[in-house]
Design a protein. Sequence first.
Length: 191
Amino acid sequence: MVTITESAQDYLAELLSKQEDTLGVRVFINQPGTPRAETCIAYARDGDVQEGDEERPYEKFTAWFDGRSLPYLEDALVDYSKDRMGGQLTIKAPNAKLPRVDENSPLEDRINYVLYNEVNPALAAHGGEVSLVEVTDDNYAILRFGGGCQGCGMVDQTLKGGVEKTLLEQLPMLAGVRDMTDHTDRSNAYI
């Protein structure tokens, strides 16, 4: 699990003492299991703590760890080092970018796994990429194309014949995919 060093605990407690209406801190990873994963620590206020979060009391504050991020936070370290400029809080999460999915993983994680490990390597040949924006309540994957795919005249074929086909073959619970990319910007389009 996550280790928060004593110096980091002191630093976070000091920051929290200067805030109003905070319950503690919340630790989570944006886009876990993808190359774009970012480990974050934020103030936790009313409404920020979510069902499935793991609560851990420390001597001077309470931390909540995002339930979905927990597998990716394994062996993570939060540390604070003083220096001439004051100091620096560092978060090292060696598993944040590693794909960790199985049949019990959230659908969003499973879609990202397929996109980053199968679809994007193929699109990279044309300087393109695709990312998941959200999964709708009716199980549609909302995607955004970038790089050479944005504005490309073949994007409809790529979406239906490539991306959607690949995702539906591996994730039959998906209803389909939708593209929310602004394809009028053709500045980087692969033609």
